[in-house]
Write a new protein. Structure first.
Length: 188
């Protein structure tokens, strides 16, 4: 009888710990891996990051210059169901076990917020008629097509730091705020 009580107690403790861990990953912090070179020289392919998901959980708009993790499926609706599925199917551990490349999440930098006018002109980024100083860039943009974008409500404009090798809002368009899953906290 004592053995059964001990097993039940241990099982309850382990179950509680697993539930708490999943809740933390869903709502507070999530590990992710950088895939590709779009954020060089700030972040590199294979870097393991911890993303703060509190802003996503609370619906807070990220600030200019924030490095964010986003769901690359911007044409698909995003809600709590997808947040929970990500814990099971797109986490670092499951991807290491399956040896899959995780391209479900992208890591980019916020350049524009709702209502901003973003211009790409002569290899420079201009936000609301002011050239943005970007000391984090790997190199000057070359072959950048001139364009002008007005960031819609409930969206952000994101770019990689390696502008010559980044699939970002210049190509895929603005990102719905509910697809911004977290903000860069630190690198492991």
């Amino acid at each position: 009888m004592r053995l059964i009580r001990a097993l039940v107690s241990w099982s309850a403790s382990i179950t509680f710990a697993v539930i708490i861990a999943f809740a933390l990953i869903i709502f507070v912090f999530q590990p992710t891996t950088v895939v590709g070179s779009s954020m060089e020289s700030t972040l590199h392919n294979g870097d393991l990051l911890i993303m703060n998901k509190f802003s996503h959980t609370m619906g807070i708009i990220p600030q200019y210059g924030d490095i964010v993790m986003l769901d690359s499926n911007i044409d698909e609706p995003r809600g709590m169901k997808e947040d929970i599925q990500d814990v099971f199917f797109n986490n670092v551990l499951s991807l290491m076990i399956t040896n899959k490349k995780n391209d479900a999440f992208w890591v980019k930098r916020v350049i524009g917020k709702p209502g901003d006018v973003i211009e790409i002109k002569d290899g420079r980024v201009i936000r609301n008629n002011i050239i943005i100083e970007e000391p984090y860039l790997k190199e000057q943009m070359i072959k950048a097509k001139d364009q002008k974008i007005i960031v819609p409500d409930k969206n952000v404009f994101v770019m990689g730091d390696n502008r010559n090798n980044s699939k970002d809002s210049r190509i895929i368009g603005c990102i719905p705020i509910d697809h911004i899953l977290g903000k860069y906290a630190f690198k492991l």
